[in-house]
Design a protein around this ligand. Structure first.
Ligand code: DQA
Length: 146
């Protein structure tokens, strides 16, 4: 099984940015964790990070042509306003799980709404990097069900 893991804007700054909210692990630690969790489950993981909306959209399109079975996306702040990323997920029709390190529902009002979530099979938030492993489980389970 092939799963694309996309991390959006500012996630490359983990370990530096707002440690009280996002934890002290740096981005490389989180990437290593995601890779390990993928290996445990026999999932071929491709990691992609970008601070640029169009690059994220291009990568989602590529996942279609490269026949990915699932996408795990932490869209960062794009979560709250990128209709273009939502449309891209709908366009490729690949099972996608939205992940957030923090509990967006316990934070500022503008973070409570995700415009991406309606295009996804589900949303996981508030469990730091564990959320990526939970998303892998969800994609595996939903793929078996179909
Ligand atoms: C985030 C939550 C977003 O609201 C924020 O803009 C981020 C990170 C998270 O993982 O908790 O950049 O997606």
């Amino acid at each position: 099984m092939k799963v694309l893991v996309i991390n959006g804007p500012n996630l490359n700054m983990l370990g530096v940015r707002e440690k009280g909210i996002y934890g002290t692990k740096d981005f490389q630690d989180v990437c290593d964790y995601i890779k390990e969790e993928g290996q445990k489950r026999n999932i071929d993981i491709k990691l992609f990070q970008s601070n640029i909306e169009g690059e994220i959209i291009n990568e989602i399109h590529k996942a279609y042509y490269e026949k990915y079975d699932g996408i795990i996306i932490n869209p960062g702040a794009y979560t709250h306003y990128s209709y273009a990323i939502m449309d891209a997920i709908k366009a490729v029709n690949i099972k996608t799980v939205e992940v957030h390190l923090s509990n967006i529902h316990a934070r500022e009002e503008f973070r409570h709404k995700s415009v991406i979530a309606p295009a996804c099979i589900g949303q996981i938030c508030g469990f730091k990097e564990l959320g990526y492993a939970m998303a892998m489980e969800a994609i595996m389970q939903c793929t078996m069900d179909n």
